[in-house]
Design a protein around this ligand. Structure first.
Ligand code: G4P
Length: 527
């Protein structure tokens, strides 16, 4: 029996978790998977946050993928919803990768350490969500420890992130006096037990806050405090789904992920309020998820999912219609059709061959078909999804081979790794320096290690006196030609053949832009 596409699309919820390192992203991911029945045991998701402080540890962790392999996407069913949880790289050096993952979701879950409030990386990731108006749900974690006063915490979020917090649950005490949360939606107190490990916490429904039931359960003093606080909350704006969709309101939850507390309330509400698959823009038109024909785009390429075969997998977000096994897809950039026999669906710990998938889902395709990040797939229509940019790099290195005989392998490696978005590779118009550009230092380490392991090329990346880059375009080709003639030694081509201008400093860049008002100096480039 074939599934009804409309129904299937409507029940999908595709989201990512954003947080500052250590706030509890890994822990909450694990609890969500437990509730979704996708894993049976706590501890199955390895804490990739461990050892991230040093490069070598980080690389080792990256290489020993374990479950993190399939955790790039984790799909599970929960209460008749099909949930797709996308993993975002934890380390800030991979922010470009994170940005691309966030182009493939319809909402985000922001996890905060309740003692720390908004931290640097939370802020940066929220800025990214803003660029595409992604709705955000918030979870204040670690209430089992001393934390900021909940009002103070919400104020901190509102001030730093310019978004209104709408409490869906409210904490009763914190740290050693943490009693539980009041669930404002369901009007009940949910009592806290440390390390409940999947067991249900005791719940008491409170229809009337003043009839003594509340006092019987948490004592008069705490009941008074809660009543006072709830009264104050009553003065806040009510939840408005449209304001949430516009990124102006964030539903706010409190709990303790490690103790599996408050997470179920979060997940129950999340699958209800988080948006179903949303429309996406292309160069020519907007694609609605319930269109009949399949469309999708590649937002990520991951290598070495299977260590035995140095394979590379393209992660495709389906933007409309339905995928069925053995269907023919058009690779729009190459203008080529190919039949897909073995797309992959990612469960929490398993990968299975996809028989059927719908808008909102993520499927993995082998990259033999020449897929790279930013590519569009359709059933024949000439479309190009927009909004998947490369960012102008800020760090640069010159790649130098240790074995001069391996020059071809070096170029091939750098090209492929650049197509994955691991770093950006620039070739000079004149000369033979290969320049790598990145936003984070760790990107160079990953490239060096992967060149060695996968391409058997030993290279070093030397410092080079470059500090800023922009892509260059002009409306008038003559203006561009003149600039090219006069600046050949500073001009490079990126992997897609776009002209880029690399200089030693931001100052030099500003000066060049001032001197050449007819040129465009672009800090992002659609890929
Ligand atoms: P991340 O992925 O966002 O980086 O965070 P992760 O889940 O790895 O959590 C970071 C640390 O915070 C871990 O401690 C984790 O156990 C702890 N943690 C997560 N949720 C809670 C909570 O609700 N309450 C408290 N008190 N701690 C929490 P760790 O010491 O780094 O690791 P571990 O030895 O506990 O595994």
């Amino acid at each position: 029996m074939s599934l009804d596409p409309q129904q299937e699309i409507n029940r999908r919820r595709t989201f990512a978790i954003i947080s500052h390192p250590d706030a509890g992203k890994t822990t909450i991911t694990e609890k969500l998977l437990l509730f979704g029945g996708a894993i049976q045991m706590a501890g199955a998701v390895r804490g990739r946050s461990k050892d991230r402080s040093t490069t070598s540890d980080f690389l080792k962790v990256e290489q020993e993928r374990g479950i993190s392999v399939s955790s790039a996407v984790m799909s599970f069913d929960y209460k008749d919803r099909a949930v797709n949880l996308l993993d975002t790289p934890g380390h800030e050096d991979f922010s470009e990768d994170t940005y691309r993952v966030l182009t493939a979701v319809d909402s985000a879950l922001m996890v905060l350490d309740a003692a720390k409030g908004v931290e640097a990386r939370t802020q940066a990731l929220m800025d990214v969500c803003r660029l595409r108006t992604t709705p955000v749900v918030s979870f204040a974690n670690k209430l089992d420890r001393e934390a900021l006063d909940p009002f103070e915490l919400m104020e901190n979020v509102e001030e730093k992130l310019n978004i209104s917090c709408i409490p869906f649950t409210w904490p009763i005490g914190m740290g050693r006096t943490f009693e539980g949360v009041y669930d404002l939606l369901n009007k009940r107190v949910v009592f806290y037990q440390a390390a409940a490990r999947g067991k249900a916490n005791k719940q008491v429904y409170i229809d009337d806050l003043y009839d003594g039931t509340l006092d019987d359960h948490i004592g008069k003093e705490k009941a008074d405090t809660l009543r006072d606080e709830l009264e104050l909350l009553g003065a806040l704006d009510p939840f408005d789904p449209e304001a949430f969709a516009r990124g102006e309101q964030t539903p706010f939850f409190f709990g303790s992920a490690i103790n599996n507390f408050g997470v179920q309330e979060l997940l129950d509400a999340f699958v209800e309020i988080a948006p179903k698959p949303q429309a996406r823009d292309t160069l020519t038109r907007t694609v609605e998820p319930d269109e009949e024909n399949f469309t999708g785009f590649v937002f990520k390429i991951q290598a070495n999912l299977d260590k035995a075969h140095h394979d590379r997998m393209a992660f495709v977000r389906i933007t409309s219609g339905r995928y069925q096994r053995r269907m023919k897809l058009r690779h729009v950039r190459l203008g080529r059709d190919f039949t897909v026999n073995n797309a992959t669906t990612f469960l929490a710990q398993d990968r299975v061959v996809t028989e059927e998938a719908f808008a909102g889902d993520i499927i993995g395709l082998h990259t033999h078909s020449g897929l790279k990040v930013g590519d569009t797939l359709t059933q024949g229509e000439q479309l190009k999804f927009t909004g998947i940019p490369a960012f102008a790099p800020e760090l640069f290195r010159r790649a130098r081979l240790l074995d001069p005989m391996k020059s071809k392998s070096l170029v091939k490696g750098l090209e492929q790794l650049s197509e994955e978005g691991a770093a950006q590779f620039f070739r000079p118009l004149d000369g033979s320096d290969y320049i790598l550009g990145a936003l984070g230092d760790l990107q160079f380490d990953v490239i060096r290690s992967r060149l060695e392991v996968e391409y058997k090329v030993r290279a070093i990346f030397e410092p080079v006196s470059l500090g800023a880059a922009r892509w260059i375009t002009a409306e008038d080709p003559l203006v561009l030609e003149k600039f090219k003639r006069e600046n050949r030694h500073r001009l490079y081509l990126d992997i897609a053949g776009n002209l880029a201008y690399l200089v030693q400093s931001q100052w030099a860049l500003d000066y060049a832009a001032e001197q050449n008002p007819d040129l465009k100096f672009l800090s992002t480039m659609e890929i």
